[in-house]
Design a protein around this ligand. Structure first.
Ligand code: ADQ
Length: 483
């Protein structure tokens, strides 16, 4: 049994350089946590970009960086500023991201950035090939690396390769507009197993394979001349225990131990006992529907004016991809909307929206989840949306209402939440009304079911299911060859 090689755009560690010393800090993100059961001990390696361009790494420190990463089972792919620009900010985030989230009008089809994407994918493939043995298992992640599976397959025809897409795969009618659609599909088909969050994404992908490449597809198998590729859905979970235990600990905090944020949230609740806190947390991304959500909130305040001075919307937006013009425009739009709505509705004792544009530490995330009566997530498209799952996991007394867009992958597994169409303001305003007035017993019975499901299908199970399925695929191939 060989080793496992995981490959993603970014490594699960962050490098910090100060005064000539280097520290590698493990990331706490969902993927890094999820892969813990796969990426542990000495039998796995994670390959990815370190987050620093060649220009940012002082030459004499380069060997030390490699050592620091190796201590975390990681190895870096070197990228210069021009490569990051064309591959990451260019093709990945100006072409694929908008297209796969159905923002066709934002999608740029630039030959130059496509060429950089190809070249950088080859760099990632070369990094794998340099480290991989034939009996290794390779797990490639996400939309930045869709050509890597075939690039590896070309050199190592028998190696086991899995690919997982973290974002939606769009319907054929959208996907077909991509000038390099066949190349992208062929790149993915280098894998033995291709995983998506939902059955719909899987179906869209199979339909594109059939219609654009004319390949034989049966159920969820794609037949090539010499091998069979399996396509399946693996809905990603969260580290349930981490969130629920942090919430339990958090509730034990004495006032002195509480963070400034927790104290403020609590004092707000004490001063206005029938007040409701509505929370939304996302990266600042147009796919998350933040601007529409603000407009819908204004609509709600006008439709149900009795909740003025009673509800407060907390918007926590993490800065993201601020080099891409669409993200800069969105930032401006959200800033202006928050300013206008607060200007129109505020009173001396009430500001309807608290808006934070930053990333917050884990403790504060828990403060927000545990203090909010309602989580309100309205993505226009979202591969999965882990925030919805994290909110439910922290509700240890089972109170709290989740209002979730039906366009999020997680909506498939969270039917007990209030599902809404993010474009339907009437329905959203009514869902907010329903959430505010939902009896506690009903909140608890809905959340009990959700929690049970999330606890069971946690992120570790997700990673293990994917790996077992890849192993089964390898065994099936071996059996076919020996026939
Ligand atoms: P994202 O688009 O980043 O992920 P999401 O799944 O919601 O979206 O994950 C965001 C993560 O960031 C959550 O774990 C959340 O706790 C954290 N986070 C958000 N705001 C934060 C803040 N201000 N401070 C600190 N932490 C914050 C992509 C896809 C998703 C898919 C995931 C996983 O777009 O659809 O669910 O990958 O596959």
């Amino acid at each position: 049994m060989g080793k496992t090689i995981i490959i993603s755009n970014r490594l699960p560690v962050q490098l910090q350089i100060s005064n000539g010393t280097i520290t590698a800090i493990p990331s706490v993100g969902g993927l890094a946590t999820g892969m813990k059961s796969v990426h542990s001990g000495g039998d796995s390696l994670w390959i990815g970009w370190s987050g620093l361009t060649d220009e940012e790494i002082p030459k004499k420190l380069a060997p030390k960086i490699d050592e620091a990463l190796a201590a975390h089972g990681s190895s870096k792919v070197n990228l210069n500023a021009a490569e990051v620009d064309g591959f990451y900010f260019g093709f990945s985030n100006r072409t694929i991201w908008p297209l796969f989230h159905y923002f066709l009008e934002y999608s740029e089809f630039e030959l130059d950035s496509w060429n950089v994407y190809k070249a950088v994918n080859q760099k990632f493939a070369d990094a794998i090939l340099e480290k991989a043995d034939d009996d290794d298992t390779i797990w490639i992640h996400d939309y930045q690396l869709m050509l890597v599976p075939q690039m590896v397959r070309d050199q190592r025809p028998n190696i086991s390769i899995g690919f997982f897409l973290h974002i939606p795969f769009p319907s054929f009618e959208i996907f077909r507009t991509l000038p390099w659609r066949e190349e992208v599909l062929q790149g993915l088909l280098g894998a033995d197993l291709i995983g998506f969050h939902t059955y719909d994404y899987e179906r869209h992908f199979l339909s594109s394979v059939r219609r654009l490449l004319g390949m034989e597809v049966s159920f969820n198998d794609i037949y090539l001349d010499n091998r069979i590729i399996k396509v399946d859905s693996f809905p990603m979970g969260i580290d349930y225990k981490k969130f629920s235990e942090a919430a339990k600990e958090h509730q034990k905090n004495t006032t002195a131990q509480q963070s400034d944020l927790q104290q403020r949230l609590n004092s707000h609740k004490k001063s206005t006992p029938d007040a409701k806190l509505i929370l939304s947390i996302d990266r600042l991304d147009y796919s998350k529907g933040i601007a529409k959500r603000l407009n819908a909130f204004e609509y709600f305040l006008n439709k149900y004016p009795q909740y003025k001075e009673k509800v407060r919307l907390i918007i926590l937006a993490v800065p993201s991809r601020s080099n891409v013009p669409q993200y800069q425009l969105l930032k401006k739009e959200v800033d202006e909307l928050v300013g206008r709505i607060n200007g129109d509705f505020s009173t001396v004792s009430w500001t309807p929206i608290w808006y934070f544009y930053r990333s917050v530490p884990f403790e504060n995330l828990i403060d927000l989840y545990t203090s909010s009566d309602i989580a309100w997530l309205t993505p226009l498209r979202d591969g999965m949306n882990l925030v919805a799952k994290e909110y439910i996991a922290t509700r240890t007394d089972r109170t709290g209402v989740l209002i979730l867009s039906e366009m999020a992958g997680s909506a498939n597994e969270m039917n007990e939440s209030l599902l809404i169409n993010p474009n339907n303001f009437e329905q959203i305003a009514d869902a907010l009304y329903e959430a505010i007035n939902m009896p506690v017993a009903e909140q608890k019975s809905r959340n009990a079911i959700l929690q049970k499901r999330l606890e069971r299908y946690n992120v570790e199970k997700w990673a293990n299911d994917f790996m077992s399925s890849l192993q089964a695929q390898k065994d099936r191939d071996a059996a076919n060859v020996s026939k």
